[in-house]
Design a protein around this ligand. Structure first.
Ligand code: SAM
Length: 239
């Protein structure tokens, strides 16, 4: 099966509608990713088919979350090489996307990707989540926050929940060990104003990989002392 067919068939298995132009965009992105990866560290996955499965199909599993709509503001915290933020923007073109990462050279790559894919309404933010979570232009300004492979949930909740508007959602992609992480993050989620409203098991197409998505709704404002200063959430998580 070629890569185009894999994307078509993968979306079908996930019950996600896809158009040929969206597949074109994802394939251009894949070429750029592998080309730039020769010069800078963007992904450990080098096989094209694995890139399709573990980056693109995995990112778009967030579309299974019914709360996620094609409108409003979405920030991808610790986006790295653009996952899941850019694939989501390809499928939800009306969202205002912000890609945040502590590593500036990754943002240089992301700017090139967004320009070549002709994605508009994308902002690039260089810095730590802990700092921007205290910035009034970003704090409680987003309907949706997404994150994949950034930190354990109790730390991640402190990075992400401050960005979410009350009644908005933090959508977090995790592995099958989520149950333990969730127990550990119970207090942090509550203290930061969140409530777990949904957990979904996802079987990634063409693989044995099971992933979980946890959906956390912001039910009240985050106390102003959070997020604490950069480095503190990871060193001293809320327990
Ligand atoms: N989300 C991407 C993915 O799933 O492929 C990247 C995952 S990568 C393992 C983690 C990324 O999070 C890195 O690019 C790192 O620079 C960023 N990161 C980690 N802690 C951060 C923080 N406190 N603030 C902003 N970015 C952070």
């Amino acid at each position: 099966m070629d890569l185009r067919e894999m994307l078509r068939e993968g979306c079908k298995q996930l019950d996600i509608e896809v158009r040929e132009e969206q597949i074109d965009q994802l394939l251009i992105y894949k070429d750029l990713l592998l080309e730039w990866n020769e010069k800078m560290n963007l992904t450990a996955i080098k096989d094209e088919k694995e890139v399709i499965i573990k980056h693109y199909l995995d990112s778009i599993t967030c579309l299974k979350v019914k709360e996620l709509k094609n409108e409003g503001k979405l920030i991808d915290v610790g986006t790295g090489a653009g996952f899941p933020g850019i694939p989501l923007k390809v499928f939800l073109p009306k969202i205002e996307l912000n890609l945040l990462d502590a590593l500036n050279k990754r943002l240089t790559f992301l700017k090139e990707v967004c320009s070549q894919l002709q994605l508009d309404n994308v902002q690039f933010t260089h810095g730590r989540a802990e700092d921007f979570g205290q910035n009034k232009n970003h704090r409680e300004q987003y309907e949706f926050v997404v994150a994949r492979a950034v930190a354990s949930l109790n730390v991640l909740a402190e990075y992400c929940l401050p960005f979410v508007k009350v009644n908005g959602y933090f959508i977090c992609q995790k592995g099958p060990l989520l149950t333990d992480e969730l127990k550990m993050a119970d207090k942090a989620i509550k203290v930061l104003g969140g409530e777990v409203v949904e957990q979904m098991d996802i079987q990634l197409p063409f693989s044995e990989i099971n992933h979980r998505i946890v959906v956390i709704k912001k039910i009240k404002q985050t106390p102003t002392k959070y997020p604490r200063k950069a480095g503190t959430p990871a060193k001293n998580p809320i327990l």
